[in-house]
Design a protein around this ligand. Structure first.
Ligand SMILES: *[C@@H]1O[C@H](CO)[C@@H](O)[C@H](O)[C@H]1NC(C)=O
Ligand SMILES: *[C@@H]1O[C@H](CO)[C@@H](O)[C@H](O)[C@H]1NC(C)=O
Ligand SMILES: *[C@@H]1O[C@H](CO)[C@@H](O)[C@H](O)[C@H]1NC(C)=O
Length: 972
């Protein structure tokens, strides 16, 4: 009974909704109604009927089941489609269709749907069964099958085939099947896994109508299949980028006279532009051989007749310097020229003879080439239409002013060069429409010219890492959205006047200067996403009105002279991910739940905070880093730390915590650095830590942080290339040379001294410091489960028993300190197998027996063993056969370290000091402010998705680079 009523209701509702599909004939309406339950349609928005015939022409049923999060694969009864004889466009994408139940009569579908032109079946779970029916639909021109589980059958009338993201397997059959698609004009095979080499017989051979072929990011390897590619005489666009294709280009390509677009980026060719068919392809308009291992003569002589070529991308390409002067100027006249990271020895700007003749360039990228000499202003003067100029990572010395006004220039990046001198008012006047200016990491000096503030279009301004002095021209803050002047010598009181308030300002870094003032300016800048005022002379309290900055994702107030309490109002900053209040004079207890749940890095170290931390952060389940060291906290280490499943770095050093080590922390599988030294903890050491999957996980968490997102390359058309290029450049130059702008730094006492760890080094660091407490009992063998551990410090406790031989499994360990305990027994001979051990200290215990002297142990001197009366052998002066008493007096060394921050080296006191400084080098998400940036952001996200879907490898580099941008890591 109930069921019947339900059905009646469903039908009535269905008919009511059908009124929405006006203009459709009665029969079609009934057919639609039959279709409705299958797709669980909420409305008929996607249905279109021909207004005169009343027949359905378009059925857009994309993702119609997705609204219910119904992810079960299901089978469509194809007979339901039969009534729609006039259907031209059918979209069934994103429906999780596994296949369909074909009508009984085999050809019914193809005869009834004889008008169907576009069929979108992408993002389903289709198997091959569906294709045997479709193959015969005569009118089908365009079929989307991305992201399914299919192979292809005979579709001889098909003109466009998009198989992006389809796993093509087995290759043999696919290739044969493709061969039968003789009408094909567009074939898109991007992001496929076409396993194996592409030399497979007949691949693409018969596709003589093909105009566009894309097989980018498809794991192609091996040489190009000469025979079949030679038949593609009508090809206009060919994209084989991001594969591993080797060998040379087929000579028959000289006959590809209609090719306009050729993208060979990132392959492994062994060919040269001079001898390859590229020199004959004068029809080309776009050519990219970035990272494709071509040998290119710096004069570009072989391309000089390519008068149609407008875009030429030679990033990451090895140049052969040839100074040949052409008899006549080249016909080549480019609009976009990219040649970053060329890696050529002795490469100077004049090596690029053809550049002298270019006057039509719009976008030029010569970054990361170590080019010497004065900044080439002449390039700007020759190319007055230039819009974007990317010259970062070179060795240009002076910032020369172009002699005329460059109205078109919107973006200029000359960061990380050697430019000295002044940024002149004249320079500013000549670039009146600049949107993006990056002069960071140079040696520019004197004051920041007032005139810079007059460029009203300026959106992005990065002057960080120079020697600018004087004040910050206040009206600069009128219009810019992203401003970075960190790491200069700027001074004066930092104020915003109310009438110059710029509500768009979303990214402000003035850290590492000498600004004074208080934080009252904060409350009015409600749209800030990132604020860094670290390392200045700000005073006063953190205003409670900070709660108004509800967009903040990163807040760095560290290294100032702020006092007062940590305001509870911080918890209103719902999007906050990074909070650094370290190195101030903040005092009092931590309010409970003082930050929002999402926060992932908290640094409160080196203040005067006290009290217990009963509930301070028990909600913050995304916490990765927690640094409370060198405060006056007391009470026990809270159990809820064990619930913070992402926690990687826990630093509680130098407080007055007491109680035992909470066993709840054992459930943390991602801890990589834990420092609870210099407290009053007692009881046994935890035997439970690990097995921990450490640094990789941490890396992922850091790389996915929200502030390390957008590259500073701006929105250039080849933004997607940039990350890899920069990365390989950094490797080539070495991390050490990187500008000190980015400093996601951890100060870390490992091998007898406090070192800074950041970037990779930080990710690799795994260490445990329990020193200077009252821990007792034996060293649990389980402590060695932390296999990646580099540093282990258990010194200055009350540990007893033997040194466990299980320490042998710490295969990467570099430093072990067990000094000032009550350990007995001998030093296990096995430890000599620890090949990376550099510091070993067991002094002031009750150890006995002969000191091992093999391998690394040969390098340790007697200070490693002082105060063990029964130890003998080299390096001690005591021979193992005699028993002379050594007169040593043990003095403990824990108490001092906190007050003076001094590490007693003689006693090999080893502890981690971890002080993080934040880096907000990279631009955060400024989505809501400016549609252009929002677009850029989504473009980036799409890129990451695309790249990551395409190839793990590229994804790795891409994401890694994003990270490096954040950290600019230094190895040590
Ligand atoms: C180009 O085509 C012509 C005739 O179609 C042929 O004779 C010649 O061998 C081809 N060249 C190459 C390099 O394949
Ligand atoms: C570009 O500038 C250089 C140096 O000033 C000059 O020699 C060359 O003729 C100029 N080329 C064009 C096309 O204006
Ligand atoms: C914390 O420090 C303040 C002074 O800064 C003091 O008045 C208060 O008693 C301390 N609280 C605890 C629990 O030690």
């Amino acid at each position: 009974m109930k069921k019947k009523t339900l059905w009646v209701l469903v039908v009535i509702w269905g008919i009511a909704c059908l009124c929405g599909s006006r203009g459709c004939r009665e029969q079609e309406r009934i057919a639609l109604l039959a279709l409705k339950p299958a797709f669980e349609l909420p409305s008929w928005e996607g249905v279109k009927c021909n207004p005169t015939t009343g027949r359905v022409t378009q059925l857009m049923l994309s993702a119609s089941r997705a609204h219910r999060f119904n992810f079960k694969t299901w089978y469509l009864n194809a007979s339901l489609l039969l009534p729609f004889e006039e259907l031209k466009n059918l979209d069934l994408s994103f429906n999780n269709i596994g296949g369909w139940i074909a009508p009984k009569e085999p050809n019914l579908l193809s005869s009834r749907l004889s008008k169907l032109e576009v069929l979108d079946l992408s993002f389903n779970s289709l198997d091959n069964s569906i294709l045997s029916n479709l193959g015969t639909i005569p009118s089908l021109q365009c079929m989307f099958l991305q992201h399914n589980n299919l192979s292809i059958k005979n579709l001889s009338h098909l003109e466009n085939l998009h198989l992006d993201g389809v796993h093509l397997k087995p290759v043999g059959t696919i290739v044969q099947a493709l061969g039968a698609l003789s009408s094909l004009r567009i074939l898109s095979l991007r992001y496929n896994t076409i396993e194996g080499t592409i030399t497979t017989q007949g691949y693409l051979g018969p596709l003589t109508s093909l105009r566009l072929l894309s097989s980018s990011t498809s794991d192609l390897s091996g040489d190009l299949p000469y025979q079949s590619l030679c038949n593609l005489a009508k090809l206009e666009e060919l994209d084989l980028s991001f594969n591993g294709i080797t060998g040379r280009l087929p000579t028959c390509w000289r006959n590809m006279t209609s090719i306009r677009i050729l993208n060979l980026e990132d392959n492994e060719f062994t060919d040269s532009v001079t001898s390859s068919p590229l020199s004959s392809l004068t029809s080309l308009e776009f050519l990219s051989i970035s990272g494709a291992h071509f040998d290119v003569p710096s004069s570009l002589g072989p391309l000089s007749n390519h008068s149609r070529l407008k875009v030429l991308l030679l990033d990451d390409t090895k140049l052969t310097i040839d100074t040949k002067v052409a008899s006549s100027p080249p016909r080549l006249q480019l609009k976009v020229f990219g040649m970053s990271n060329s890696q050529s020895k002795g490469f100077i700007l004049t090596s690029l003879g053809f550049l002298n003749h270019q006057y039509d360039l719009r976008i030029m990228d010569l970054s990361s080439n170590d080019l010497p000499g004065p900044f080439p202003a002449w390039l700007l003067e020759n190319n007055t239409k230039l819009e974007k100029l990317l010259m970062a990572n070179n060795l240009f010395t002076t910032l020369e002013v172009p002699s005329m006004t460059l109205f078109n220039l919107s973006m200029m990046d000359i960061s990380n060069n050697n430019m000295r001198g002044e940024l002149t008012p004249k320079f500013c006047a000549n670039v009146p429409n600049l949107v993006h200016l990056n002069l960071s990491a140079n040696g520019l000096e004197r004051s920041i010219p007032y005139e810079l503030g007059s460029i009203k279009s300026l959106f992005f301004l990065d002057l960080s890492g120079n020697n600018f002095s004087g004040g910050l021209p206040i009206h600069l803050l009128d219009s810019v959205v992203i401003l970075n002047v960190a790491y200069n010598n700027l001074q004066g009181e930092f104020v915003f006047s109310d009438d110059t308030m710029n509500l768009n300002l979303s990214y402000l870094r003035i850290g590492h200067n000498k600004f004074t003032g208080n934080l009252s300016f904060l409350s009015s800048h409600v749209n800030l996403w990132v604020l860094d005022i670290s390392n200045n002379f700000f005073i006063g309290k953190i205003p409670r009105l900070i709660a108004n900055l509800s967009s903040l994702t990163a807040l760095d107030l560290s290294k100032n002279q702020l006092d007062g309490a940590v305001p509870q109002e911080l918890c209103n900053l719902g999007g906050l991910k990074y909070l650094d209040l370290s190195d101030n004079n903040l005092y009092g207890p931590l309010p409970s739940f003082f930050v929002a749940q999402e926060v992932s890095h908290i640094h409160l170290n080196r203040n005067k905070l006290n009290g217990t931390i009963v509930h301070a952060l028990s909600n913050s389940s995304y916490l990765v880093t927690l640094d409370l060291s060198e405060n006056e906290f007391s009470g026990s280490i809270p159990h809820w730390l064990g619930n913070l499943s992402q926690l990687s770095i826990l630093l509680l050093r130098g407080n007055s915590f007491d109680g035992t080590f909470p066993k709840q922390l054992c459930s943390l599988k991602t801890l990589s650095i834990i420092d609870i030294s210099q407290n009053n903890l007692f009881g046994p050491l935890p035997s439970c830590l690990g097995p921990i999957n450490i640094s990789r996980d941490y890396a992922n968490k850091v790389t996915s942080a929200p502030y390390n997102v957008i590259t500073n390359g701006g929105w250039s058309p080849w933004n997607y290339v940039r990350p890899f290029r920069t990365e390989s450049y950094q490797i080539r130059r070495g991390w050490q040379e990187e500008a000190p702008l980015a400093s996601h730094t951890v100060g870390f006492t490992a091998k007898k001294r406090l070192d800074s760890y950041k970037g990779y080094a930080l990710l690799e660091m795994v260490g445990l410091d329990f020193s200077c407490n009252q821990f007792s009992g034996e060293i649990p063998p389980g402590i060695a489960i932390l296999q990646d551990m580099l540093v282990l410090n258990l010194s200055n406790n009350k540990l007893t028993g033997h040194i466990p031989t299980s320490l042998l499994s710490l295969t990467k360990i570099e430093s072990i300190d067990l000094s000032y305990n009550n350990l007995i027994g001998s030093i296990p001979e096995e430890l000599t197998q620890l090949n990376f051990l550099e510091v070993f200290n067991v002094s002031y215990n009750n150890l006995s027996g002969a000191i091992p002297n093999k391998n690394q142990f040969g390098a340790f001197d007697e200070s490693s063993y002082y105060g063990n009366h029964l130890l003998c052998g080299v390096p001690l002066s005591k021979n193992c056969l005699t028993t002379i008493d050594l007169n040593c007096s043990a003095t403990k060394s824990c108490t001092k370290a906190k007050e003076d921050g001094f590490i007693d080296q003689e006693t090999f006191y080893i502890s981690f000091g971890v002080s993080y400084t934040m880096v907000l080098l990279v631009i955060p998400v400024v989505l809501f402010i400016n549609p252009q940036w929002r677009q850029g952001w989504f473009h980036y996200v799409e890129l990451v998705i695309t790249i990551c879907r395409g190839s793990i490898f590229t994804c790795y580099y891409f994401v890694q680079d994003s990270f490096l941008k954040l950290s600019n890591g230094r190895t040590i």
